[in-house]
Ligand binder design. Structure first.
Ligand code: ZN
Length: 556
């Protein structure tokens, strides 16, 4: 028995999965809606006897280690470590050497850093900063629960991490430092950001006086992706389940202030709208979501965008508006009772109506028509007929227009051409990054040799045009499309990797190649589906061929 088999044999997959997804017994199996993709009928199966959890829809999952890797975004080694502890299996250090990995646990580095910052806040020389935090209304209890800290010593943390056995390279790769001995959050109040299970995966540093930027975040990394992390979720989890709903606010201060005011079911997004990934995280706990984002222009746009993501996700959503354009932090500091705002929360349709009313002259026929049409664009995209009918009735009542007229209007609403998930993910940003790496480090040949596609495969896909023309330029078959853009991209990539060693850069690049491979594969799959009759035998055969190719490439 290998060590991983030994560990897995001592872990009960049903118990493990249940920490993330509620399971229902179905015969000899357990079923659930997949935590890895969006679905309405459960295709995620857990077998206690086989000790595996697997989704028939998206093919994710496997044994306990694989499941944990995927749900927590861990490396194999890290998942092993976590489960070994639970299983009471001792891991020999040689094991890591066998697998060619000697990097120090990145979670450990973040844990040490979070503790370090927190302790710094209570040092005598930083008493002013502690006083500042308290002036901002943060209680002792909150500072402890959220492990809020301060970075007052730009070199101390480095020394601490070295002392704990980390190499210079690992410390730099952690993203906590901008250069050797220069702590990125120096001089800032530090909020640790934890993942679903409570492991610190990043930080936000807030400046204590005038200056820019007000907030500084950890760079995105393998374990920290803003679109998948909700601030405070690890502390809010049990309250969300108990109270049956979640309040989503912007940023750290709003989150902690709500917790202080007794709303321990609040979580924060930072600088993004609510994403599908966020929603899937929350849906493990509740289907009732209250959105309470700022009502300035950026906040309203984030609300629209969040409502967009929430559409057809089978969640009940309400929008909370704070009176007088304040944020929840200011509202609570001003003595406001947040419960009254929850009681006054509105439906997404009402939010659209109100937004329309502020843009168009509602008293005129033209204006009223505009408000209706804008709102119907949202209604039109609903897939649930009951929800559509309820929305139409609601519109009829609040706009004083008959239901039949609204239904008639609804037929004529043109849906804007929406980017699919795939095209959103394959947006220029991603390919620009790839080109940046290729160009800055002469990785074009590496790119072409590690990907299973050639430049021809990129033909005719608009978002791929950029990389295609650059590949052709590299092969000497055309001119660089825009030398300045290429230079800018190189610079950006080089700046990002200024302190990284070559192995790290190669590792990052291989992640990009993997994703490129996946995008190309997805595209091939879609092209196949649209080029043939999906009920034909040829299609089935071609599809099977493609699936086995995907398996060979390690994509499925
Ligand atoms: Zn799935």
């Amino acid at each position: 028995m290998t060590i991983s088999q030994e560990i897995e044999s001592k872990i009960d997959i049903v118990e493990l999965v249940q920490r993330y997804v509620p399971l229902k017994k179905a015969g000899s199996l357990y079923k659930a809606c997949c935590p890895f993709h969006s679905e309405k009928t459960p295709s995620f199966m857990v077998s206690a006897t086989k000790n595996i959890a697997y989704c028939y829809g998206c093919h994710k999952g496997g044994g306990p280690i694989k499941f944990l890797m995927e749900i927590e975004k861990l490396e194999f080694r890290e998942a092993m470590q976590m489960l070994a502890k639970e299983a009471g299996v001792e891991l020999k250090t040689d094991f890591y050497k066998e697998r060619g990995s000697n990097q120090t646990d990145i979670f450990e580095a973040y844990k040490i850093a979070a503790n370090w910052y927190h302790e710094e806040l209570y040092k005598n020389e930083n008493s002013e900063k502690l006083a500042y935090a308290k002036r901002r209304g943060l209680t002792e209890e909150t500072l402890k629960a959220f492990q809020i800290g301060y970075s007052g010593d730009s070199r101390g943390l480095w020394a601490q991490l070295k002392w704990r056995g980390m190499s210079d390279k690992d410390i730099l790769d952690s993203g906590i430092f901008v250069s050797p001995h220069r702590d990125k959050f120096f001089g800032r109040i530090v909020f640790p950001i934890a993942n679903f299970t409570g492991h610190t995966v990043g930080f936000t540093g807030r400046i204590t006086d005038a200056g820019e930027p007000k907030y500084l975040n950890s760079p995105a990394s393998r374990i920290f992706n803003k679109s998948e992390i909700l601030y405070g979720l690890h502390l809010a989890k049990s309250s969300i389940v108990k109270l049956g709903y979640v309040i989503v606010v912007e940023g750290q201060m709003d989150t902690v202030k709500l917790h202080q005011a007794g709303f321990s079911n609040a979580v924060g997004i930072s600088g993004t709208a609510l994403t599908k990934e966020h929603i899937h995280l929350l849906r493990r706990l509740t289907t009732k979501i209250f959105l309470c984002l700022d009502m300035d222009k950026a906040g309203v746009n984030a609300t629209f965008s969040s409502l967009d993501s929430l559409l057809n996700e089978e969640v009940d959503c309400k929008v909370i508006r704070v009176d007088g354009g304040k944020d929840p932090d200011e509202f609570i500091e001003g003595g406001g009772d947040f419960a009254t705002l929850i009681a006054k929360s509105i439906t997404p349709v009402q939010f659209f109506i109100d937004a329309g009313k502020s843009r168009f002259d509602f008293e005129s026929v033209v204006g009223k028509t505009q408000v209706l049409r804008e709102t119907l664009k949202y209604v039109r995209r609903m897939s649930n007929r009951i929800e559509i009918d309820m929305s139409v009735k609601y519109l009829a009542r609040s706009l004083d227009i008959s239901e039949s007229v609204i239904y008639e209007e609804l037929k004529w609403v043109k849906l804007p051409v929406r980017k699919t998930e795939e095209s959103r993910k394959s947006g220029l940003d991603f390919w620009q990054t790839v080109v940046g790496y290729c160009s800055a480090y002469w990785f074009y040949d590496l790119f072409l040799s590690s990907i299973d596609y050639t430049s021809e495969h990129f033909e005719g896909i608009p978002s791929y045009d950029f990389i295609r023309s650059e590949i052709l330029a590299h092969l000497g078959q055309s001119e660089t499309s825009d030398p300045d853009t290429i230079k800018a991209l190189e610079l950006q990539v080089e700046a990002e990797n200024e302190w990284a060693q070559r192995e790290t850069i190669l590792l990052k690049f291989s992640e990009l190649v993997k994703r490129a491979q996946k995008l190309m594969f997805e595209h091939e799959k879609q092209a196949l589906a649209s080029s043939m009759d999906q009920n034909s035998l040829e299609y089935m055969q071609a599809h099977l061929g493609l699936i086995s190719k995907g398996k060979k490439l390690g994509i499925i």
